[in-house]
Write a protein that binds this ligand. Sequence first.
Ligand code: AMP
Ligand code: MG
Length: 522
Amino acid sequence: MNNLRFDNAFIRELPADLEFGPHQRQVEHALFSHVTPTPVAAPKLIAHSAEVAELLGIDAASIDTPFFAEVFGGNKPVEGMQPYAANYGGHQFGHWAGQLGDGRAISLGETINTAGERWELQLKGAGPTPYSRSADGRAVLRSSVREFLCSEAMHHLGVPTTRALSLVATGETVVRDMLYDGNPKAEPGAVVCRVAPSFIRFGNFELPAARGDLPLLEQLVEFTLRRDFPQLAASGRRGDALLSAWLSEICERSAEMVAHWMRVGFVHGVMNTDNMSILGLTIDYGPYGWIDDYDPDWTPNTTDAQGRRYAFGRQAEIAYWNLSQLARALSPLFDDPESLHTGLECFIDTYRSSEQRNIAAKLGLSEYRDTDARLMADLQHLLHTAEVDMTIFFRKLADIDPAGPTLTPLLDAFYNEQKRHDATPAFDDWLARYATRLRENGLDNNERHTRMRANNPRYVLRNYLAQQAIDRAEKGDPGGIVELLDVLRRPYDDQPDFDAYAQRRPDWARNRAGCSMLSCSS
Ligand code: AMP
Ligand code: MG
């Protein structure tokens, strides 16, 4: 780790909080506070991502050393690290929440790898910061396992995301009331080191805008363009033209991110504006979940069970709402607000074309036609009413024979025999329409197969799989995490030795806490 090279632009170029230490406070006219991680009793490495270590240029031999666990558990800074917590606000569940900030995330610094890429290292669960409010700044093992595994799983699925280098057990306990039902319990604690080119969120811009601090807002915009959007900054555009091109790019990236979520069946669960990355990366893995039986109304987040604001099928709409909040925060910097609308429209256009690309890719068509939207919508309706597993269905759809399609290759995907029986005639009709479309499309069977399997994963981080790995880890056995991480590295490959990870959610997991229901308590 001593070879890591740092270039801490965020804290070098932007205004700092003049107070030190982690005591709670409102931080005005500053974009971050200097704060150091609070050391933990007995840091021990549970798992790491070999790909991220390599990306950063961390030598494989150093990973199993006690020093590595000390550094990424927050006990020992290495030369060049300058830890800080960022100051941001956000809209939570549709309401302005004021200052939030990194309450339990502490950035260690921005490394530059040998390819010249910038990767910021950030510890989650590293102790209190000025933004912790009344909370402890810590994270429990279960939520850390979930963040660690999902970041890497999403990356390998081809979904833009923050990455995760390491998962370190702290040797300390953290008290949490997991279901908010008045039963707090001491749980093992952990620290994840997450990694991204930038951790700037929509909320970083919203806070100075809400406070009317335009000079600070302007400084942050200029910085973000320079550091995180260098091509745009160098494009020669100025004023509204530059801002509008920037907003368009953020909209495009966010639209592509959500379209990927919809393709793989990912539900973020807490799409507050403080959890939206300016780079269009999936960020802040909390009570997220994966679709088992197809249901656009499903949300894993028990805190959102009433409103279902962040349900699977609403994610595009919510991303757009969040982008509108960002646009509103940026509006004082525009001369002509019309340019803002041009930017926002990019979301709608990009999302529409990404959705069409998804339809064609998931159904194995060489190109999208307008009538395919109906074909997909009718299928989704059937999947929902007949309680069908999304991942298994699309994966196995590649195996049907366009010359004589039957439901046989798809039987594994059904959760309920009666519903399957009742829906069989409707599925047969749909399969006949689909087969006609495939024959018209004329794509060679092998080619169709390849295309479908590259877009419909066999392995996703089903909620119950993560929970099983967590149960083992809480008993001191990290084997489940390591094995799952390994399988999820190649989500589109068949991996016959790991069929167990590609099965339907078992009945026992249907309503079990951690498997289908998660709270924000983490
Ligand atoms: P989240 O819903 O995880 O995005 O968190 C919302 C806000 O609460 C962020 O400002 C977090 O930093 C803060 N927060 C969440 N959990 C904790 C914790 N255990 N300690 C301190 N701050 C926290
Ligand atoms: Mg957050």
